[in-house]
Design a protein around this ligand. Structure first.
Ligand code: IPM
Ligand code: MG
Length: 368
């Protein structure tokens, strides 16, 4: 097994160091190779996704990705911005199926901004289509308007589009995932306004005929945004397009208390995948050793389960994370009165200690 390690920018390098430490504690046989990506790659090689990094990602059995981006690159031409690295990896590796679970850990019920009873036991899965929609649709660009409200004025445009096979394959992924869960899929669209999403709704409905054991409901995206904070536990699997999925997955992440807890997987048709925390590079706290490494550590667990066929190793990581939370250890983003604040490295050490069977918590020094 070969794992490509792409730490990226900001807190990416700090959280990745902890995830690698945890992987190494498992006594599995694998090879890792690290490469630059994002702003770090731009600084060193003039491109956020250098050829060598892309080739490494293609050759590996799985990719573990940290985070990319920093405000200092905001003025660069779009193709050189750090975000292009993740978009390029998704496109070139064909990672069309993005799994973003939103799980509220029992120990963190009080870290959510919602009332505890609304989120206690929350376990929903957002499945976001990741290589189509307005993110990748052509044409796009700037031009002088020839029609519209202001003919002759400068304008910008993007193209929202989905082909039938693109919708079919993500719908299959969602129905199959639902079969392993509570057998309910909510397809989120904007069919009342957009042609693309009326088509989406029609195609998802068609695919549903092959999954009579799964319940399908359709919901407009604005209502879905509202229901997510009103009654999040009513959802099981949510399937939606790239743009709506981007927004709703951040919203869902917040239900759980912290985006710092949430892993994600982006899979191709053969279940080869890229695994990354749902959060970004957080340049404001980068280098301070305070970032929460658990989302990346849990992403490594997802990687073991989905791409490397090591479900037991994945279980060990997930149990270790629960154990350190039960022991009261918290990074700043999930800290609350009565718990022990720890830094990035201490959190990683505690997970490793729990994996190798040492009691977590007791021996950890605390810093605030
Ligand atoms: C995400 C991020 C990315 C996206 C950005 C960094 C390009 O927000 O993974 O959700 O919009 O997909
Ligand atoms: Mg996003």
């Amino acid at each position: 097994m070969k794992i490509a390690i792409l730490p990226g920018d900001g807190i990416g390098t700090e959280i990745m160091a902890e995830a690698v430490k945890v992987l190494n504690a498992l006594d599995l046989k694998f090879e890792t190779e690290t490469a630059l990506v994002g702003g770090a790659a731009y600084d060193a090689h003039g491109h956020p996704l250098p050829e060598a990094t892309l080739n490494l990602a293609k050759a590996a059995d799985a990719v573990l990705f940290g985070a990319v981006g920093d405000w200092k690159y905001d003025k660069l031409e779009r193709q050189y911005r750090p975000e292009q690295a993740i978009l390029g990896l998704r496109k070139h590796l064909g990672l069309f199926a993005n799994f973003r679970p939103a799980i509220c850990y029992e120990q963190l019920t009080h870290a959510s901004s919602l009332k505890p009873e609304l989120v206690a036991g929350l376990d929903i899965l957002i499945i976001r289509e990741l290589t189509g929609d307005i993110y990748f649709g052509q044409p796009r660009g700037r031009r002088m308007a020839v029609d519209g409200h202001f003919p002759g004025a400068e304008e910008a445009f993007d193209t929202m589009r989905y082909s039938k096979p693109e919708i079919e394959r993500i719908a299959h992924v969602a129905f199959q995932a639902a079969r392993k869960r509570n057998k309910k899929v909510t397809s989120v669209d904007k069919a009342n306004v957009l042609e693309t999403f009326q088509f989406w709704k029609d195609v998802v409905t068609e695919v549903h005929a092959q999954y009579p054991d799964v319940t399908l409901e359709h919901m407009y995206v604005d209502n879905a945004a509202m229901q997510l904070v009103k009654a999040p536990k009513a959802f099981d699997v949510v399937v939606t397009g790239n743009m709506f999925g981007d927004i709703l997955s951040d919203e869902a992440a917040m239900l759980t208390g912290s985006i710092g807890m949430l892993p994600s997987a982006s899979l191709d048709k053969a279940n080869k995948g890229l695994y990354e925390p749902s959060h970004g590079s957080a340049p404001d706290i980068a280098g301070k050793g305070v970032a929460n490494p658990l989302a990346t550590i849990l992403s490594a667990a997802m990687m073991l389960r989905f791409s490397l066929n090591q479900p037991q190793a994945a279980d060990r990581i997930e149990s270790a994370v629960k154990a350190v939370l039960s022991a009261g250890l918290r990074t700043g983003d999930i800290w609350s009165e009565g718990t022990t604040k720890v830094g990035t490295r201490e959190m990683g050490d505690a997970v490793v200690a729990a994996i190798v069977g040492k009691p977590a918590g007791k021996t950890i020094t605390t810093k605030t």
